[in-house]
Design a protein around this ligand. Structure first.
Ligand code: AHR
Length: 512
């Protein structure tokens, strides 16, 4: 009642401030850790992600590089603490034959990338290039195996090639190609989007194929147990998860994937910048749908795996819009605005809060494709608003999850509404508590009063990411327009933490 009165009063006075939101920070966690792998990325042979994005070639004299990999990109991604990187696709993975990408570059065959723009792929970036790059980044590689057009033998050989330290045909071949020690790759995808570009299979058929392929993916090193990930459902295809969980024995699978993009309508995606208020709301609605999706997929997984042994791996997520005007439609190049920062903030809060089951995720995609963290233009590079959100949120990586519940005001548009504020919390190894909050409300600031119970914090500090307009972005002319700044809108007193979140903002607080 009081809340409604205040809202009406604010409305009457023309104030863009909503009644207060309330939240509870629990001190008693269930001991679970938010896996750093929730903060994973994805690099496909698609458009300018690999070529131009990560890799510019060893002979490039204009762009500083380490064995062909851009130095500026390596530095930026190291700061982001990228925990894992998925490669080589995507749809491309089920057309990729890894032996095309090893050995002297001049001898590698050229192929046509039939999924993405029909361009010629010269295979100059292959297995060694990718795995060595992951070492440079300090990221764990996540290799997506070809199930649809490959063979069981081919995938089994790839595992042997990169993981076996003893003497075998594949380890010999690796050594001939210049790498003595195995890379010890843990994460392996077994096909991608098997319901679509990965073969248009039925879940029953794919489960059988999966069982066969995964059986021959040998653990070549007992100190590095491989983690096999089954190609998961397309968004709300709950039957897919049900059939996989029923048909695949748990000794054959460590993770089941899920893909969901924040898209308005596949036939009418709308522009990445200069979007309307309605398009903004619809994108937020699609992003928030992740909460319902993971709850329902998890409910199914719980039925077959009550101990939560099998992880839910959201290995493709992010905003998907029309390509930038004038760019190749097959390259999926889009700009990145404060709207994308909102998607990132609210989605990562959802993942953190479901981290007992969601133990890995991959934002699509790292550079120059879809919701990227980096965009490049020849020798120039910029960090997107999404980069900054991931960097701010990386305090949650491998931290102890803390319960955080919020009673949010509504962000209303037309006849529809969404919760304006979302949040998640964790405690790191040094004992510092972090709370991340995202206010997606396009126009209204949100006051949040957080009950911290008996917790005693001496100080609160924070950082904020926002900009005047929702459609603002970093351009090559103005690459630092949007970046995190110090946040002064929080105070702690007694058992309460008060926070004032500006409209469309992401805030991460540190409490000590
Ligand atoms: O990320 C772009 C594409 O989206 C991926 O290749 C595919 O898996 C998905 O459909």
């Amino acid at each position: 009642m009081k809340k409604n009165f205040l809202s009406l009063f604010a409305l009457f006075c023309g104030l863009n401030v909503s009644a207060q939101n309330t939240a509870e920070l629990g001190s008693q966690s269930d001991g679970r850790i938010i896996s750093k792998h929730i903060y994973g990325h994805f690099a496909e042979h698609l458009g300018r992600c690999i070529y131009d994005g990560f890799y510019v070639g060893e002979n490039n004299t204009k762009i500083p590089n380490i064995e062909g990999v851009r130095k500026d990109v390596v530095e930026a991604l190291k700061k982001l603490k990228v925990p894992n990187l998925r490669w080589p696709g995507g749809c491309f993975a089920d057309t990729y034959h890894w032996k095309d990408g090893i050995g002297p570059k001049a001898n590698r065959p050229t192929i046509v990338n039939t999924w993405w723009g029909g361009v010629t792929e010269n295979n100059s970036f292959g297995t060694h290039d990718f795995l060595n790059m992951c070492e440079l980044l300090g990221a764990e590689p996540y290799l997506a195996g070809n199930l649809a057009t490959g063979t069981v033998q081919e995938l089994a050989d790839w595992v042997q090639y990169v993981n076996f330290g003893g003497e075998s045909p594949m380890s010999k071949l690796r050594q001939q190609n210049g790498r003595k020690e195995p890379w010890k790759v843990k994460f392996w995808g077994v096909g991608n989007e098997a319901w679509g570009c990965g073969g248009n299979m039925k879940p029953e058929y794919y489960s059988n194929e999966y069982r066969k392929y995964s059986t021959f993916m040998t653990n070549w090193d007992n100190n590095n147990k491989i983690f096999r990930i089954a190609s998961g459902a397309n968004s709300s295809d709950y039957n897919w998860t049900e059939v996989l969980m029923k048909n695949i024995s748990q000794n054959l699978v460590e993770g089941v994937a899920l893909h969901h993009y924040s898209v308005i309508e596949w036939s009418k995606k709308g522009p990445a910048t200069n979007f309307s208020d309605e398009q903004y709301f619809k994108t937020m609605k699609s992003a928030y749908f992740m909460e319902e999706l993971v709850n329902k997929h998890i409910e199914i997984m719980d039925k077959y795996d009550s101990k939560k042994k099998v992880a839910l791996v959201v290995d493709e997520w992010g905003g998907w819009y029309d390509v930038e005007p004038g760019t190749n439609p097959g390259f999926l190049y889009q700009q990145n605005t404060i709207r994308d920062a909102m998607i990132a903030g609210l989605t990562l809060n959802i993942f953190n809060n479901h981290s007992d089951r969601i133990r890995m995720a991959n934002l699509a995609q790292a550079i120059n494709v879809l919701q990227s963290v980096i965009l490049t233009k020849e020798e120039k590079m910029l960090l997107t608003p999404t980069y900054h959100v991931l960097e701010m949120y990386n305090v949650h990586q491998d931290a102890e999850w803390l319960p955080f519940t919020i009673k949010s005001n509504d962000f209303v548009f037309g006849g529809d509404k969404l919760p304006a504020v979302s949040g998640s919390a964790s405690k790191d190894k040094s004992g510092a508590t972090h709370i991340s909050l995202t206010n997606i409300d396009a126009k209204a600031a949100q006051d949040v009063v957080i009950n911290i119970g008996s917790a005693k914090f001496k100080s609160v500090s924070g950082r904020i990411l926002t900009s005047e307009k929702l459609g603002d972005y970093n351009s090559f002319e103005s690459p630092d327009k949007i970046k995190p700044t110090a946040f002064k809108g929080a105070s702690v007193k007694g058992g309460e933490l008060k926070v004032k979140l500006p409209a469309h903002s992401v805030v991460v607080l540190e409490l000590k």
